[in-house]
Design a protein around this ligand. Sequence first.
Ligand SMILES: Nc1nc(=O)c2c([nH]1)NC[C@@H]1CN(c3ccc(C(=O)N[C@@H](CCC(=O)O)C(=O)O)cc3)C=[N+]21
Length: 284
Amino acid sequence: MTAQLIDGNALSKQIRADVARRAAALGARGVTPGLAVILVGDNPASQVYVRNKVKACQDNGLHSVLEQYPATLSEADLLARVQALNNDPAIHGILVQLPLPAHIDAHKVIETISPLKDVDGFHVASAGALMVGQPGFKPCTPYGCMKMLESIGCNPKGKHAVVIGRSNIVGKPMAMLLLQASATVTICHSATPDLAHHTRQADIVVAAVGKRNVLTADMVKPGAVVIDVGMNRNDEGKLCGDVDFDGVSKVASAITPVPGGVGPMTITMLLVNTLEAAERAAQA
Ligand SMILES: Nc1nc(=O)c2c([nH]1)NC[C@@H]1CN(c3ccc(C(=O)N[C@@H](CCC(=O)O)C(=O)O)cc3)C=[N+]21
């Protein structure tokens, strides 16, 4: 291992301390930042994630409400809950945990969340704002990745960044944030014929596919910075990313681990977005 480790837990600790300070300052003005998390169904992974989010709120002085519903909840009832939270002045951020049961149109649910409370940054208005450089919530995972680059003094300006993956939640907004930071951005995906051809030219690689060993040492330029957004299980059931960490960490100059990298930063940026939603509401 020659690469510098970009520690998502350590960086989260710093940023969360700042969130807690700002939350306390708002509290002194009578406003406690509030996050509502809605979980539909009993997906065990979702239950763990949601509990971690609620705990992170509690630990940093944010108010949180967890609403759990059975998988049989109707779409109409879920939309009504979201509307009620839109109108609840104690709630500044609304997160509907994905995936939702198949009978519910996730797109419809997300579009029902007020863009002012869309702390996931998944609403089309948030995506559009990011696209045109207007104020709005940035999706937490790519936002966290940008903070990780910043934390090691990696300014994307003039660099070639390759994003692997084109999801609405990570790949696309990641590319937009890097572009906004004046990187030259290449987006690769499942139909890219020669992925290694692109990644070998990259100063920054962000892997966001959801498949193990998408990025191996032979695909990385010496000295590149590598961000691993993947969340997979290996044959032993251990959590691992999209990047062959052992190989790539011998070539890269800096790399994020899984676990302890992008995951905790995603939750941290959710707290940041919720705090900012509350600060804006307090100003209005
Ligand atoms: N509306 C919505 N917003 C989300 O942000 C959202 C979602 N739905 N659905 C599911 C995914 C997944 N996700 C994670 C966040 C943190 C960790 C995390 O903290 N991971 C730890 C390890 C956790 C473990 O050990 O399992 C780590 O990487 O160190 C993981 C996954 C947010 N998601």
